[in-house]
Design a protein around this ligand. Structure first.
Ligand code: ADP
Ligand code: ASP
Ligand code: MG
Length: 412
């Protein structure tokens, strides 16, 4: 029988009524002839509540214990979900990440999946059972519970879909699909019928929280058909898929903002081979995730080296930089933790020109100062003052017609 993976996010399983409704989605697919594997997140705001509990007892909780605690949220959901399915007359069995051998590395709070044992799940599906797997978690090789980072249940779901060779991975959430921009920040954002893996990956990695970025890496690598849908409404969602030939016709597909960002600038680093490697190997040792890097040569002797990170990594980044700064001749470290990054994304940037010009002009007209600029082949990002972030985002959404469906936009 074809396999379908259905993932339900926190708001879609927030209470008994919503779990019952989610169970009906699953039952509908079973009736259509699918073997269904459900991945669920912690109910409602439970992960945040557990984090608060932890911080009341220890402002700086050990990350292993944090994972041990946070993983319980999703375990509760899948057990309750299985009970709801039994009550509706369907055989179901729930598992923790560890029970299905979702093996990760040992980096607590942001672990990466290494392998999954699909055999146990296949055996249960063959018995005619619905299988439920707690999202967001795995175990490392020593049996410690790990978590995959906030929003990580998407990655559990897509990785499972890849391992099980599922027909499709449905992501049920609290919006109708992937929009040109966060519909909660820009009320004129429009839903996209489809988006390429590359665009979704860039959007997710620069703030579009609707999908965990690692999930899209899996999706692209294993060609998993990902369908983002609203769990509360029966409306068509967004298909995340391989690039199609008409996608490049649109210059900019979407925009995003990352609000909780910090930037470190190492001023006057000795302009010698090996210094950038020294800095970034220390940062890697502290598991700091780097967003963008800019290095500028000041003169033959000195260079400035800047990088942006999520604010939650700032403490570790400071430690790493402190350990290395004297060895690389750095004169001074300049830190900003009051920045946001606004990005525009689109595979069409490969074939359209004038996109950067248009974006910078829109920010200038909105009187937003640009601190720094980085680009990829399909993305332009500007660091701005945090207080200007939303204003900047709206300005770029308007200038690129992101309040209109792709087919109705003016040509760039
Ligand atoms: P879930 O609990 O279902 O995983 P999330 O809160 O992680 O839900 O993701 C859904 C949220 O993502 C939406 O409520 C929306 O505010 C936010 N979001 C950010 N960017 C986008 C976007 N481009 N399209 C749709 N939603 C987005
Ligand atoms: N419960 C986790 C979180 O709130 C994982 C997830 O929802 O995907 O981040
Ligand atoms: Mg999510």
């Amino acid at each position: 029988m074809p396999i379908l993976v259905q993932k339900f996010g926190g708001t879609s399983v927030a209470n008994a009524e919503k779990i019952r409704r989610a169970a009906q989605h699953v039952i509908k697919s079973v009736k259509k002839g699918y073997s269904v594997v459900v991945v669920a997140s912690a109910r409602g705001q439970q992960t945040d509540e557990l984090l608060d509990d932890a911080r009341q007892l220890n402002p700086n909780p050990p990350e292993r214990e944090l994972d041990q605690l946070l993983s319980t949220g999703e375990v509760q959901t899948v057990a309750l979900f299985a009970m709801a399915l039994h009550a509706a007359g369907y055989d179901a069995i729930s598992f923790t990440g560890g029970q299905i051998k979702m093996i990760t590395d040992g980096v607590h709070t942001k672990a990466r999946i290494k392998s999954i044992d699909a055999q146990r799940i296949h055996r249960e599906l063959h018995k005619g059972r619905i299988v439920l797997v707690a999202g967001f978690q795995g175990i490392d090789k020593d049996g410690n519970i790990t978590t995959l980072g906030r929003g990580g249940s998407d990655t559990s779901a897509v990785a499972l879909a890849a391992a099980l060779k599922a027909d499709e991975c449905e992501i049920y959430t609290d919006v109708d699909g992937v929009f040109t921009n966060d519909p909660r920040l820009f009320d004129k954002a429009v839903k996209l019928d489809k988006i390429s893996y590359d665009e979704m990956l860039e959007m997710a990695s620069v703030g579009a929280g609707v999908m965990h970025s690692r999930s899209i890496e899996f999706g692209k690598k294993y060609n998993v058909k990902i369908h983002v849908k609203n769990s509360g409404k029966d409306v068509p969602g967004t298909l995340i898929t391989a690039e199609e030939s008409d996608m490049e016709e649109i210059a900019v597909t979407g925009a995003s903002i990352q609000k909780d960002m910090a930037k470190l600038t190492l001023i006057g680093v000795d302009n010698k081979p090996g210094n950038a490697a020294r800095v970034f190997s220390r940062l890697a040792a502290y598991h700091v995730l780097i967003n963008d890097i800019i290095q500028t040569e000041l003169n033959p002797q000195k260079a400035n080296l800047s990088f942006t990170i999520g604010s939650s990594d700032l403490k570790n980044a400071k430690k790493a930089v402190d350990e290395v700064k004297d060895k690389i001749g750095c004169d001074k470290v300049f830190i900003r933790d009051d920045i946001a990054e606004v990005s525009v994304i689109g595979v069409g940037m490969r074939s359209h020109y004038g996109i950067a010009d248009k974006m910078f002009r829109a920010l200038a007209d909105a009187k937003v100062n640009i601190d720094s600029i980085t680009t990829s082949e399909i993305r332009i990002s500007c660091v701005v003052d945090k207080k200007d972030g939303e204003k900047a985002l709206k300005a770029v959404c308007i200038v690129f017609d992101l309040d209109k469906p792709p087919k109705k936009r003016k040509k760039a």
